[in-house]
Design a protein around this ligand. Sequence first.
Ligand code: GLA
Length: 391
Amino acid sequence: MIDEKTVKECFEKQFGTDRCSIFTSPGRINLIGEHTDYNLGFVLPASIDKCITVAIRTNKTSIVNAYSLDYKEMVTFDIDGEKPKQLWACYIYGVIQEMKKRGGLVGGFNAVFGGDVPLGAGMSSSAALESAFATAINDKFGLWFSKRDLAKIGQMTEHNYVGVRCGIMDQFASLFGKAGKVIRLDCRSLEYDYVPFNPKGIKLVLIDTKVKHSLASSEYNVRREQCEAGVSVVASHKKKIESLRDITIALLNKYKDEMEPIVYKRCAYVINENQRLLDGCAALSKGDYELFGQKMFGSHDGLSKEYEVSCKELDFIVDIAKKTKGVLGARMMGGGFGGCVISMVKDEVYKPYIADVIKKYKKEFNIEPRIIDVVIADGAKKWLAKKELTA
Ligand code: GLA
C-alpha cells in the first residue's frame, strides 16, 4: 500500500531530505448521473478512501523533478518548456500551465507521488492526481485559487494537455468530498449540496471487470460531439438553448426528424438520466433505497443501450445483480468501455452475491474480477505533521 509514510520515505531517498509537505486527493464513485456533467446536468458523486498522495518541496528554480512510485520513474521538465513525453507527467505539467494562464506565479519543485486509486477502473485516478498536485501547488506557492478554480484547472488539464473533453464531476468530487456524504452537483451553476448517504444494512461495492477503458481513445469525445449536434439542432429553432439541460424530451422529440437517429438516441439518454438522478435524489431523501436502486439499474440500461458506452463484461455483471434478490441496484460507473460496476447490496446477500459474480465471471471470461470495498471519505487535504516536542 502506498501511504504518506511510503511517499515521504521515497522523497527522502530521491531528494536527500525528508523536509516536504504531504497532500492527498481521493478517487471517486458516482451513484447516478453518468455523462451528464459535460451536458451541464446533475451528478451524484462522492470521494472515497483511495487516494493519490504527493510529497512536495519547492526548489527555487523553474524545474520540476517528479517521481512516480507506480511507474518507478523520474521525469524532469521546465515549467516554461515543452510538454513531457510521459502521459502521467502531462497531468502535472498541465495543472501548472493552467495555473499560469490564470495568473498563478508557479515555480519549480521536487515531488514524489503514488496512491491506491486503481488505474483505468473508472474511479478517476487522473482527477485525483490533478487535484492532489493542484492543491499542493496552490498551497506551496501561496496562490489562493479557490477549490472551484482548482476543479476547473484539473478539468482543463484534461482538455488541453491530455485530449479528453471531460466534464467537471471527477475533479469536483475529489476536491469537495465529505465523509459519509454524496455531492449533488449542478454542473451548470456549480452549486452543490451534501446528501447524507449511510444506509443501515446496505453496502456499496465496486466490481472491477479489469477491462481497461481508454477515454482518450476518442469514443468519449465522440459522445460529447453527438450531444452538441443535438443541441445545435434545437438551438437553431429556439433561443437560449445552450446545452441538453435546457431541453426536455418533448422539445427533443419535436425536432427528432432533423437529427441523425444516433444523435437523438444519445440526447434522449442524457435527458432521461438527468431526470433519473432527480427522482433518485427524491427517493434518497425519503430513505427509499429500493427505488434509488431501480434508478441505478435504469441508468445502466440507458448507458448500455442508448448511450452505448458499456461492454459485455459490465453488462454481464449487472445482469447477475438484477437477478439477485437483495441487490438493490447496480450500474457501470464512470466513462465506460470497461472499469467497474457499482452495486448497492443488502448486507445479508453481500457475500453470496460477490461469490456468485466471481464464479460466473471467471467461467465466462476467464478473468478474476477485483472486488473493491469503498468508504465515502473526505476530499483533498494537506497533512499536518504532528511535530515532536523537543526540550
Ligand atoms: C469520466 C469524466 C467525467 C464524466 C464521466 C461520465 O469520468 O472524466 O467528467 O463525464 O466520465 O459520467
